[in-house]
Design a protein around this ligand. Structure first.
Ligand code: ATP
Ligand code: MG
Length: 410
């Protein structure tokens, strides 16, 4: 074969595509109930948007972004995540001036040049939510509750970890302490961390290299450095999570791989996913909107990894549904064509096998497409004007006199 899909970029053919659809449908259903409305955002943007928001020293920007020059000489990036675009659109359309607070959701492909493996692809899908304009911890709790609702609806067990990474007031203090600590452990850090720890020491906390994780386990904890406001915010958040029946554990080392977060960060994980255990991740980003040129506006959000969620939902036995019309002879075939048109107009799935082979071959096709019923139109049926109606599961066959009766029977 001459052409194959690009490495790390996968086709989703049925039934995988149906699993995808199930995850997305449940996501949309849950978030719409909480008042989120859909935004449809471009899949490429000026590369600078991402380096500015996700952060110059993050893995995403340093190693993972697909960047190219377009024919007009613009430096473009395929989006590695959704929040930067959502914020850009929010500012560009002046939404802040029209609504006291805004709740958006999006679904779509993201692109990161990573090493492909189970649960890690170069094109993957995220379904995300963003709330703009709310600063209170109740908003954090509600957003996390919505995320938990998605897993409840998917019937997937996940555990939630939360942390607070402070604000521009308290984080510098922590940064200093962390740099001092890491300075002592230099020999044990990986090359990347050695390069970045002075510019962005929090990145070290997020490093996946084992030796770095060992170092990090002993590192000072951000939660010991929070200012009064951040601490209060975090305490309130935990209270409200309890009010909303959300189970969580605190992970003082959780920092997330993107620079724009402030205060609350959280991740939903599943052990069943092995190394790629995080299915949904998010947090508060109160400085991002002003950083991208908008007015000072608090905000928060999360993104669900659709591909990873698909790995968690159970394989389901395909359910039989709809009607397969089996015919013999040209006259019956035409009756069959009319019948599938009629049934579809009535909202019933209806198919036939246009190859017009033997009854047996057509029955086999009916079984393969998992039809629930077969309507047989043979010579006798055409002559006398009735339908033979068979339920595939039971094999029970009956005679049906009219279209109305058939419709009623379905
Ligand atoms: P990880 O630590 O697994 O690399 P991340 O911190 O880079 O994740 P985010 O940028 O927060 O992830 O994205 C949110 C979610 O999107 C992740 O929790 C994950 O479910 C999904 N995701 C991220 N990168 C990929 C990828 N390359 N392939 C599939 N899903 C991904
Ligand atoms: Mg990553």
């Amino acid at each position: 074969m001459e052409f194959r899909a690009v490495r790390g970029v996968e086709d989703l053919i049925p039934p995988e595509s149906e699993k995808f659809e199930k995850v997305v449908e449940i996501f949309k259903d849950v978030v719409r109930k909480a008042g989120f409305r859909e935004v449809i955002l471009p899949i490429f943007e000026e590369a600078g948007l991402f380096s500015r928001s996700v952060g110059e020293t993050t893995d995403i920007v340093q190693k993972e972004m697909y960047v190219f020059e377009d024919k007009g000489g613009r430096v473009i990036a395929l989006r590695p995540e959704g929040t930067a675009s959502a914020v850009r659109a929010y500012i560009e359309h002046g939404v802040y001036a029209k609504e006291p607070f805004t709740k958006w959701f999006y679904v779509g492909p993201m692109f990161r040049f990573e090493r492909p493996q189970a649960g890690r692809k170069r094109q993957f899908f995220q379904a995300g939510c963003e709330v703009f304009g709310l600063s209170s911890p109740g908003a954090d709790a509600e957003v996390i509750r919505v995320a938990a609702d998605i897993f409840d609806s998917l019937k997937v067990d996940c555990s939630l970890e939360i942390n607070s990474i402070g604000c521009e007031k308290c984080r510098p203090e922590y940064r200093k302490a962390l740099i001092e600590f890491l300075e002592q452990k230099k020999e044990e850090l990986c090359e990347d961390c050695l390069k970045r720890f002075e510019r962005n020491p929090l990145r070290v906390l997020d490093c996946k290299v084992e030796s770095c994780q060992k170092v990090v386990a002993e590192a000072p904890r951000i939660t010991d450095f929070l200012c009064d406001e951040c601490r209060k915010h975090f305490e309130k958040l935990k209270e409200y999570l309890k009010t909303l029946d959300v189970k969580f554990t605190e992970n003082p080392l959780l920092v997330r791989g993107l620079d724009y977060y402030t205060r609350t960060v959280f991740e939903f994980k599943s052990e069943r996913l092995g190394a790629q255990s995080t299915v949904l991740a998010g947090g508060r980003y109160d400085k991002l909107i002003s950083q991208l040129g908008g007015p000072e506006t608090p905000a928060l959000g999360f993104a669900l990894g659709v591909d990873r969620a698909m790995l968690l939902i159970p394989e389901k036995e395909e359910e039989r549904n709809g009607v397969f019309v089996v015919t013999r002879g040209e006259k019956a075939y035409r009756e069959g064509l009319k019948l599938i048109k009629f049934l579809r107009e009535k909202g019933i799935r209806a198919e036939m096998d246009h190859r017009q082979g033997s009854f047996k071959a057509q029955m086999k096709a009916a079984d393969r497409v998992k039809a629930k019923y077969v309507v047989i139109i043979g010579e006798a049926e055409v002559e006398e004007g009735f339908f033979s109606f068979k339920e595939l599961e039971t094999g029970k066959q009956e005679r049906i006199e009219s279209l109305e009766e058939l419709f009623a029977r379905l």
